[in-house]
Design a binder for this molecule. Structure first.
Ligand code: AHM
Ligand code: MG
Length: 344
């Protein structure tokens, strides 16, 4: 058998997985394929961004009041269009849209699923040719008929059916889970096909990376400050001092930490008690992936996957990575920053 024969494409992989569930009708398979198709189109545009005059501000602000880049707008449109035409998704929550996009009176209003998506995360890095990503999560709708409703999207991570990200980096990868482990696929740009390259991804046994924007140190809770101190102490037995790595692009930081072993922290601060990252389409999907890879995701006190979202764009502190590392931060938070515990 040649190595060519051993290549497994994303489509083959998800169809094979679906066949393990005789009752499945292929809707999730088609939905994941729709996302992968849009990702390839976005990837093409990102790669061409240096060549064509597409970089720069679009001139509009997103819901958080942050300036949108043209590629954000483009990516948002591509994913919305692919999901609308695909017919499996009845509503979308996107970082770029204040309200949900509900597909009414169209084939997709019959769709069984809803999708929460950050179409282009870390977009402030685009001009510098730094990796950026798309993050998505898929839930089964709760309503019976018609276009999707807000309540269909306000579900805790534990209800997720699938989640994943696309990293547009030195190569482009799609990494996803349906709750049966994490698998990574690398795009072969010559043929435009995602090929299984990272089967059954798990955090490595040993980890020595910490990723946090230390420029905000002064605003961090004491528990996080104490953990940073722990990371910087010398103790060769525990691989300390750890290495500090921070790209400022969550997907890229998460991906590197998953492969090399490390913790990512975006804590609450004195200015933003819930941090910066959005629960529904940033924190929850990576939390699902982390847990499936043998890791853990926490807001410092609670499991991210169990937080009940109240609003579409709500934020949550995020501490994510290998289990032991995350548990250490939780212990520091309980000891030094009990006041930071979210009020329920
Ligand atoms: P964005 O959704 O506006 O792109 O912001 C999210 C990004 C994450 O990718 C990254 O982890 C974080 O912002 C970095 O924020 P900071 O510059 O405050 O460290
Ligand atoms: Mg984002």
């Amino acid at each position: 058998m040649t190595s060519q024969n051993r290549i497994k494409t994303l489509t083959q992989f998800i169809i094979e997985r679906q066949s393990q569930y005789p009752q499945a009708k292929g809707a999730l398979t088609r939905l994941l394929n729709d996302i992968a198709t849009a990702a390839k189109i976005v990837n093409r545009e990102i790669n061409a961004a240096g060549l064509v005059d597409i970089l720069g501000y679009e001139g509009s602000d997103n819901v958080q009041g942050e300036a949108q880049k043209k590629l954000d707008v483009y990516a948002n449109e591509q994913f919305i269009q692919a999901l609308k035409v695909g017919g499996e998704c009845c509503a979308i929550a996107s970082e770029e849209n204040e309200k949900i996009i509900s597909f009414q009176n169209e084939i997709s209003e019959m769709g069984k699923y809803v999708v929460a998506i950050d179409p282009l995360d870390g977009s402030s890095n685009i001009e510098a040719n730094v990796s950026i990503g798309t993050v998505f999560s898929i839930y089964r709708r709760k309503s019976d008929i018609g276009g999707g409703k807000l309540d269909d999207l306000l579900q805790p991570g534990v209800n997720m059916v699938a989640a994943g990200y696309i990293i547009y980096g030195s190569s482009t990868m799609l990494v996803y889970t349906t709750g049966k482990g994490v698998n990574g696929f690398t795009l072969d740009p010559s043929v435009g096909i995602f090929c299984l390259s990272h089967p059954d991804m798990k955090y490595p046994e040993t980890s020595n990376i910490y990723s946090i924007n230390e420029g905000n140190y002064i605003f961090f809770p004491e528990g996080v400050k104490q953990y940073i101190k722990y990371c910087q102490e010398s103790d060769p037995k525990t691989l300390r001092p750890y290495t500090s790595r921070y790209i400022g692009s969550m997907v890229a930081d998460f991906h590197r930490n998953l492969i090399k072993g490390g913790i990512f922290i975006y804590p609450g601060t004195t200015q933003q008690p819930n941090g910066k990252l959005r629960l529904l389409y940033e924190c929850s999907p990576v939390a699902f992936l982390a847990e499936q890879a043998g890791g853990k995701a926490s807001d410092g006190f609670n499991r991210i996957m169990e937080i009940e979202p109240r609003t579409l764009h709500q934020r949550a502190p995020l501490i994510i990575g290998p289990k032991a590392m995350v548990e250490r931060v939780e212990a520091y938070m309980r000891e030094h920053s009990p006041e930071a515990a979210p009020k329920v």
